[in-house]
Design a protein. Structure first.
Length: 651
């Protein structure tokens, strides 16, 4: 038997621990026993969650059908409707409870109760039916963060149509690609969207896309910014007109648990975007269960997931999970720094937000802007914090804990993907001692492993490839229209196990530390080094707000570490700081990981979901022709970084 070796070096050590307070433990939704109970009968655990949380039209008697792996089915003889679960069943007891506090970027607000949301969804569902949309039809949605976005999703779910939400920051080309792949027959958009005080012309982008999409029969347009737009007679209809006079009641279609609910396309920074398929019963089971336990949701919580509904985080933890659990949520339309850098903290103070969930990228931006912005607001209502989207640097975790959580609120660092549908690895607050930067352990009912190149489990203390070892209810069912790509992408690397493409290490306590995409692992002098660990070492320096690291070709070591660093306000990037940063990395990790080059930059190239585009940084470091930048939120910064990199000094 071959000796098991770690595939990725475990170089960065974090020893700080944060146990939950006795008060939090006493009232927590999850107790430590939930892990053993779920593992003793993992199928029974998921069966119980599905039956106890969901209102079924016909309760399932089957749990998991694994006869055609990896095309798994969950609760396949059950029938339900997600809009009914999110709205109708709350009306008798909680109809007047607030579903959403909505805040527009210009300052306008709306408070929408469950009863009001139910009525609006019913009207729009009837409008969709009048336009010929039927069960199984695909509907594309291209909107900003306005209430009509969840309304449109729930209206589709109500009548059995399949929605495909496209992030409002995407270009017309990206929209057209997704419409064409889904063969959508109707598009829902708006005249425009507010972003940092300016209007993003969604309708103009939509018109350009639809010109290449013959499947589109109608375009429904929401009035939001009142900018002038072209309306094609017979095709384009104002949302306000199509819902006017429609009845509020629309029968909820009885859907099989394995019927298609939505298609959500990955951002597709390289290659063709993948249409991730999620179905009904298993997805809702995962969404509701994780939302309840991970965020310790109580009936009086004011919960804010500060993501965009255009991403899976918004699907699961702004729309389906919170509404099905009867939670009051916050939605915000605009940028976190408009009109000033304290916009989010003002909203938390205004609405008494108790649970706040955001991305490490945003947290590092908050750090860069300075402590004075959150410190100027009363954030004492917050009792729980969450992070999502990428591994969080320990120092960013500490800043979040101290300045946003008041040094008391537990932090749930969550790992999951568009493909997984719901959170997979996370601490359960009140049941798990947390460590800054670690997602700690798999959610109850989930099993994971860290393996080497040959699929052998790496001993504790080592790093390798993350795998999920058995199916879970909210998992993707396939890639839309491409079963072969589904198998090849996710199930071929390690037989019988789902491979998400991420590196991971486990410490001696068995805690999981995500290391980012395996494509980002650097091979330096024979050592596989994670970009995440080097970035965390750089961010531990008090002058650094954010860092991105890539490997570039080196004649001596094979690859060398190239770093791109954003400094906190008031910090000057000079030669002394360069050496200090190199020494910091050597001290935290070891000399092998010292950056050979460091470029100071005002920003880093990021996708519109906030993820750093290391591919472009590699192009810059290798002095290659820059790749496609159409998916970037800040494309101008790429040329600036390239110019600085060409004049940077090396160790």
């Amino acid at each position: 038997m071959a000796e098991t070796q770690q595939a990725i070096e475990n170089l960065l050590s974090e020893t700080r621990v944060f146990p939950p307070s006795e008060e939090f433990v006493a009232g927590a939704n999850a107790t430590a026993s939930i892990y053993e109970e779920a593992e003793a009968d993992w199928l029974g655990f998921w069966r119980d969650q599905a039956l106890e949380r969901i209102t079924w039209f016909e309760e399932p008697t089957e749990i998991l059908d694994d006869s055609n792996a990896p095309f798994y089915k969950w609760f396949s003889d059950g029938r339900l409707n997600l809009a009914y679960n999110c709205l109708d069943r709350h009306l008798d007891t909680d109809g007047d409870k607030v579903a959403y506090h909505w805040v527009g970027e210009p300052g306008d607000t709306r408070t929408i109760t469950y009863r009001e949301l139910h009525a609006e969804v019913g009207r729009f569902a009837n409008a969709l039916k009048s336009l010929g949309v039927a069960r199984g039809d695909r509907v594309a949605i291209y909107l900003g963060m306005i209430p009509e976005l969840p309304v449109a999703m729930l209206a589709c779910a109500r009548i059995g149509a399949v929605h495909s939400v496209v992030f409002g920051g995407f270009s017309s080309d990206s929209l057209a690609d997704r419409i064409q792949d889904a063969d959508a027959r109707l598009l829902i958009t708006s005249d425009g969207a507010w972003r940092r005080g300016s209007v993003v012309s969604l309708k103009a982008n939509a018109d350009s896309a639809v010109a290449r999409c013959p499947s589109i029969e109608h375009v429904v347009v929401v009035r939001r910014t009142e900018n002038e737009v072209a309306m094609e007679e017979g095709r384009d209809l104002w949302y306000q007109d199509v819902v006017a006079g429609r009845p509020e009641d629309c029968p909820a279609e009885s859907m099989n648990a394995e019927d298609l609910l939505y298609i959500l396309y990955t951002s597709g920074t390289t290659g063709t975007p993948k249409g991730i398929v999620h179905t009904q019963g298993g997805y809702l089971t995962g969404a509701m269960t994780t939302h309840h336990y991970v965020f310790d949701i109580k009936p009086d919580d004011v919960y804010w997931c500060a993501a965009d509904i255009g991403w899976v985080t918004g699907h699961t933890y702004i729309v389906y999970g919170p509404l099905a659990n009867g939670t009051t949520g916050v939605m915000y339309e605009g940028a976190p720094n408009f009109p000033d850098n304290d916009r989010l903290w003002q909203i938390i103070e205004d609405y008494g937000v108790t649970v706040f969930y955001t991305a490490p990228t945003a947290i590092r931006a908050f750090m860069k802007w300075g402590d004075r912005y959150p410190d100027a607001h009363d954030l004492s209502s917050i009792r729980l914090l969450g992070t999502v989207g990428e591994p969080i640097n320990p120092e960013a975790w500490i800043w979040y804990h101290e300045h946003i959580g008041g040094g008391a609120a537990p932090i749930v660092d969550t790992w999951w993907q568009t493909e997984t549908g719901s959170i997979m690895i996370t601490p359960l607050p009140g049941a798990v001692v947390t460590k800054p930067g670690s997602a700690t352990r798999p959610f109850p009912g989930i099993t994971a492993d860290v393996v080497d190149e040959d699929g052998n489990s790496v001993p504790l203390g080592g790093g390798g490839f993350l795998t999920i070892d058995r199916p879970w209810p909210s998992m993707l069912r396939t890639i839309y229209g491409d079963d072969a790509r589904y198998v090849e992408t996710y199930w071929s690397r390690f037989e019988g196990r789902y491979f998400p493409g991420d590196g991971c290490k486990r410490d001696e306590d068995g805690y999981y530390w995500l290391l980012g995409r395996v494509d980002d692992i650097m091979l330096v002098a024979g050592h596989n080094i994670s970009t995440t660990e080097v970035e965390s070492a750089l961010v531990s320096h008090p002058g650094v707000a954010e860092a991105a690291v890539v490997g570039r070709t080196d004649a001596v070591t094979g690859q060398a570490v190239a770093a791109f660093v954003t400094l906190r306000q008031g910090v000057e990037g000079d030669a002394a700081l360069l050496e200090d940063l190199r020494d910091t990395v050597a001290d935290k990790i070891g000399p092998i990981a010292k950056p050979k080059s460091i470029v100071f930059t005002d920003d880093l190239p990021k996708t519109r979901s906030g993820k750093i585009m290391r591919r472009l940084l590699r192009d810059i470091s290798e002095q290659r022709r820059l790749g496609d930048v159409t998916t970037l939120a800040n494309a101008d910064i790429v040329e600036e970084i390239a110019a600085k990199a060409s004049t940077s000094t090396e160790d």
